[in-house]
Design a protein around this ligand. Structure first.
Ligand SMILES: Nc1nc2c(c(=O)[nH]1)N[C@H]1C(S)=C(S)[C@@H](COP(=O)(O)OP(=O)(O)OC[C@H]3O[C@@H](n4cnc5c(N)ncnc54)[C@H](O)[C@@H]3O)O[C@H]1N2
Ligand code: MOO
Length: 373
């Protein structure tokens, strides 16, 4: 039986990224000169550079937030703190470390340069300047800039993420033919660590009607993580149920080991991440795709997950999919763990990183990796 080629991981990530509309952020313009006045960038004395190293009589002190009222005449200075407006007449700020106290005067230890340690008015932007165009992704510093120019700051909200395990074999007090639900708590912890407002929902039996009834009532969830039931088994109902409900399947099955049966769909504006049941597959796909979905819903750019590392021992990969192999990590050095594959939660829990091993395997040397969360 011939099967279509599996979707490469990078394509799957791009498809999920592209499923979100461009962020509807407004342009940001300066409401006034930035800074609005000449400001000191050091704690020291504001003075006239042309007086060289002559002593300066101290007229007073200006703190950040004080209006620039004192006038600096030749032979005088004003003590000034970082962020305070430079008084009229002064054209340089000498830091305290470079001032000597002589009686009631201050003496620079070297000739000051005009303009030094002053952030000049409009040095960063002029009133009316375009600071950020419309459609820029959400960023913490953008919020700071909105506040600086007096624009409304958008409310912060965490994305609500539901976690549900599926499978008739799950039992809190398992007989030998049953297992405990480890994926549910693991995915809940992962989503929490990634900043989601996460809630775990009771596990579902392998019954299409129960799966459908559950999916019809997702309340205020923005993302649903399911575990299990997405492969080719007779009880793997999720793909069919989602298709019957009119969900838009973004992709199903990717070229990755572990994690091949991964399914991603849009259902009534919600993102469904259908994670495979094997614990390592479930974890890796959540680690790869959940940050993209969270970022997409919040109008942020998804973080770049890959880092450059050095594999310290060869890892074989006889399969026809790239492998993400669990490793311990010290700095850039990756030490492969003796993983038994996609069900090996023991090695998953010991892993600090996953090394990228292409088809055919990899000798010791450079490769990219992902950090675990
Ligand atoms: N004929 C085929 N069989 C399988 C294929 C395939 O392409 N053709 N893919 C294999 C791959 S790869 C994976 S990964 C698994 C994924 O299967 P499902 O996502 O359908 O998951 P299940 O069959 O429900 O479970 C797989 C495995 O994981 C255990 N499991 C399930 N839920 C949990 C949980 N909450 N906590 C811990 N462990 C869980 C479950 O008992 C199974 O052992 O399919 C392969 N088969
Ligand atoms: O993707 Mo499956 O995770 O290879 O076992």
């Amino acid at each position: 039986m011939s099967t279509p080629p599996l979707l490469p991981l990078e394509d799957a990530l791009r498809i999920l990224r592209d499923a979100f509309p461009a962020p509807a952020t407004a342009e940001v313009r300066a409401d006034r000169d930035d800074p609005a006045l000449d400001l000191s960038s050091m704690d020291g004395a504001a003075l006239r550079a042309s007086d060289g190293v002559a002593p300066r009589r101290v007229l007073g002190t200006r703190y950040a937030g004080d209006p620039p009222t004192l006038e600096v005449a030749p032979g005088t200075c004003v003590r000034i703190m970082t962020g305070a407006a430079v008084p009229p007449g002064a054209d340089a700020v000498v830091p305290v470390e470079e001032l000597e106290v002589r009686g009631d005067a201050l003496v620079p230890v070297r000739p000051p340069r005009a303009g030094e340690n002053i952030r000049p008015r409009a040095g960063q932007a002029r009133a009316g300047d375009l600071l950020l165009p419309a459609g820029e992704p959400a960023r913490a510093a953008r919020v700071g800039l909105l506040a600086q120019v007096g624009m409304p700051v958008p409310p912060l909200a965490r994305v609500k993420v539901g976690v549900v395990a599926t499978g008739d074999e799950l039992n809190a007090h398992p007989a030998p033919h049953q297992i405990r639900d480890s994926n549910g708590p693991m995915l809940e912890a992962l989503a929490h660590a990634l900043g989601a407002d996460v809630r775990r929902l009771p596990a579902l039996p392998d019954e299409p009607a129960a799966v459908r009834a559950f999916l019809e009532d997702l309340g205020d969830l923005g993302i649903l993580l399911t575990s299990g039931g997405v492969s080719a088994g007779e009880k793997d109902h999720l793909p069919r149920v989602l298709a019957d409900m009119g969900a838009r399947i973004l992709f199903h099955k990717i070229r990755l080991k572990p994690g091949k049966p991964m399914l991603t769909a849009l259902l009534d504006g919600r993102i469904i991440l259908g994670l495979p049941g094997n614990p390592v597959s479930s974890y890796i796909n959540a680690l790869m795709f959940l940050p993209v979905a969270l970022a997409g819903l919040q109008g942020r750019r998804a973080p770049e997950p890959w880092k450059e590392g050095l594999l310290r021992a060869p890892v074989p990969n006889p399969g026809d999919r790239p492998l993400l192999h669990p490793c311990r990590r010290q700095g850039r050095d990756l030490d492969p763990l003796p993983s038994r594959g996609s069900a090996d939660l023991v090695r998953l829990a010991q892993a600090e990183a996953f090394a990228w091993i292409p088809e055919g395997g990899l000798a010791a040397g450079p490769t990219r990796y992902l950090d675990v969360v």
